[in-house]
Design a protein around this ligand. Structure first.
Ligand code: G3P
Ligand code: CA
Length: 322
């Protein structure tokens, strides 16, 4: 078995039953693994089924499960009272009615030279955040959808798919007195999701753009959960030979912006024993491809990516396209 294959197994296999990657029997200690049965690609529902329902709502997560997601992603933010919630942005105004509900609770900031009002998650208690409408911005039919706590997301997803939390802006929260990694681990421990046994029904992979956050988690998590380093154009040095070798010391996979990926990079990452999970694939922007299915199939089967993040779980190509 190649290094890449072993790494892939270690990274994804602990949640085999939930991921439907291979028979649950293969997750048992000492059971021989059939290489042919683990070549299936892994579907991560990006912010849930966020092409069809408001991102990071239970409605979006529920739909992702219905559409067969192997993992459901949660971006994590922290409320003023220290609760992890699922939201992509560090502020509330893009995806909620916070401006109408709390018109004076903004901070004035200069953004690109212009004075801008921003409603930070960490300035609001969970009770206040639960009053916000997180659905109408997407479509009036979702009016009244709420921002879920991470615990609520876990309660919904647990046993049906894996969890794929992202530590968002951990440095900013650190400046505000929060230890995001500690909060994440506390929730995982409370739910017994840090145990190897939990991975059979609810595998968890933690991702971040922050290498510091992942290094910290790597040191705190013994034995470890899989960790994935997100890479964008600004941090593309992680995708060099030196970068990959360094990343291998604290993560088991890299997740590059899809524009950064080519076949050579996939091969190099695999040679370092790192899995490859590009982001983000969406029907509203399939680039030069005719459809997002074709785009996803290209990345998975032509370039050799192991998994990917998509807003369209229902369109994920489970097998190469003919
Ligand atoms: O986490 C994968 C992908 O979601 C990274 O981008 O900005 O959507 O969190 P973003
Ligand atoms: Ca994310």
């Amino acid at each position: 078995m190649t290094l890449a294959r072993r790494s892939f197994l270690k990274h994804f296999s602990t949640g085999i039953a939930a991921c439907k990657l291979i028979s649950p029997a293969y997750a048992q200690r000492g059971t021989k693994i059939k290489p042919s049965s683990v070549a299936k690609k892994v579907l991560v529902a990006h912010r849930g089924a966020s092409a069809y329902a408001p991102e990071h709502t239970l409605e979006s997560y529920r739909l992702a499960l219905k559409q067969g997601a192997d993992f459901v992603e949660q971006d994590l933010q922290i409320t003023r009272d220290g609760v992890l919630i699922c939201l992509h942005d560090i502020t509330l105004e893009r995806t909620t009615n916070v401006k109408e509900s709390f018109p004076t609770r903004f901070r004035e900031e200069l953004v690109n030279g212009a004075s801008t009002r921003r409603w930070y998650v960490s300035d609001f208690s969970l009770r206040e955040i639960k009053q916000l409408d997180a659905g109408s911005w997407f479509n009036p039919k979702f009016r009244g959808a709420r921002i879920p706590t991470w615990q609520e997301a876990i309660d919904l997803v647990r046993g049906k798919a894996g969890l794929y939390p992202e530590t968002k802006a951990p440095e900013v929260y650190g400046q505000r007195g929060f230890d995001m990694e500690r909060l994440v681990l506390d929730v995982l421990r409370k739910n017994r999701l840090d145990k190897a046994s939990a991975a059979r029904h609810t595998p968890t992979i933690i991702q971040s753009f922050s290498p510091e956050s992942l290094r910290k988690l790597s040191a705190m998590l013994k034995p470890g959960l899989p960790l994935v380093l997100l890479v964008d154009a600004l941090s593309a040095r992680w995708l060099t030979q030196e970068g990959l070798a360094e990343a291998k010391k604290f993560v088991s996979g890299v997740a590059p912006a899809k524009a950064l990926l080519d076949k050579n990079l996939v091969m190099q990452a695999h040679a370092h024993g790192l899995t490859v999970t590009p982001y983000t694939f969406r029907s509203r922007n399939a680039g030069s491809f005719k459809t997002v299915q074709e785009e996803m199939a290209y990345y998975l089967y032509d370039l050799g990516a192991d998994a990917l993040f998509t807003d369209n779980p229902d369109l994920f190509p489970r097998v190469p396209m003919g």
